[in-house]
Design a protein around this ligand. Structure first.
Ligand code: HPA
Length: 270
């Protein structure tokens, strides 16, 4: 694994000599954030050795290197999901590559279903914790000591310091932001009514099909994470409850400027 990562890293370094300090992963419908980055280099995933190739609508599939808020950053426009058929260690491959490129902080975004009855479509939720038990743990298998310990601590998967910073950024701009627990599922089905209720009972505020496997390997490597969910649909309403991918993308697009602002300010302040 480490050899494959080194090959991917060497390839990227041969195309871009700067060292990015922040890594950014953009969720479904949230890719236009890259418009904020002063792009210095774009590398399509299919050119990078050992990178999986993104297939989902709304994900463009390239690595973007450049400057944001005075910092060198690397952003994934398009991520890999377990439901696409990738093995968990493929889903997280780019996260390890970003860490070995030199990234010291990881920011992630995703589209998620709200199960907290106080949430509405378009809300932003800072992920303060997660429940990973419904998706395979990407660290299952032989532990690679270079990455981190066999039994990583998970008491603070999302950096409290970054959460506090983001909350004050939002407050100063009068952006209403929620905070909650994200539960990961495999997808690709959205949840049944009974499942949304169960997820709420289990202590989650939002549910989605990404992020958690990526955060687990980041934390394993000692990489501080910060993540925001855009609530694109609300699962626990009693009335008509059909959810479509188009609706999710539309809601993500509407909420994107707020998310962009917070990420931008966060990067500038790192
Ligand atoms: N469930 C799971 N994943 C999602 C949802 C949802 O309701 N909305 C966006 N991604």
């Amino acid at each position: 694994m480490i050899a494959k990562i080194n090959e991917a890293v060497s390839f990227i370094k041969s195309k871009y000599s700067e060292t990015p300090v922040v890594g950014i992963v953009l969720g479904s419908g949230l890719g236009s954030f890259v418009g904020e980055i002063k792009i210095e280099k774009e590398i399509p995933y299919n050119e990078i050795p050992h990178f999986p190739i993104s297939t989902v609508e709304g994900h463009s599939g390239k690595l973007i290197l450049g400057e944001l808020g005075g910092k060198k950053v690397v952003a994934m426009a398009g991520r890999f999901h377990f439901y696409e058929g990738y093995a968990p260690n493929e889903v997280v491959f780019p996260i390890r590559v970003m860490k070995y490129l030199g990234v010291q902080t990881l920011l992630l975004s995703n589209a998620a279903g709200g199960v907290n009855p106080d949430f509405k479509v378009g809300d932003l939720m800072i992920i303060k914790d997660h429940i990973s038990q419904f998706t395979p743990n990407p660290l299952i298998g032989k532990n690679e000591k270079e990455f981190g310990p066999r039994f990583p601590d998970m008491s603070e998967p999302y950096s409290k310091m970054l959460i506090d910073k983001a909350k004050s950024i939002a407050k100063n701009k009068s952006i209403n932001i929620k905070e909650g627990v994200y539960l990961s599922v495999t997808g690709p089905t959205f949840e049944t009514r009974a499942e949304y209720k169960m997820i709420h009972v289990l202590g989650a505020d939002a549910v989605g099909m990404s992020t958690v496997q990526e955060v687990i390997v980041a934390v394993h490597m000692g990489l501080p994470c910060f993540a925001i969910s855009v609530i694109t649909d609300v699962g626990i309403r009693e009335e008509e409850n059909v959810i479509t991918h188009e609706e999710v993308l539309e809601a993500a697009k509407d909420a994107e400027p707020k998310l962009t602002y917070i990420f931008k300010e966060l990067v500038a302040g790192i």
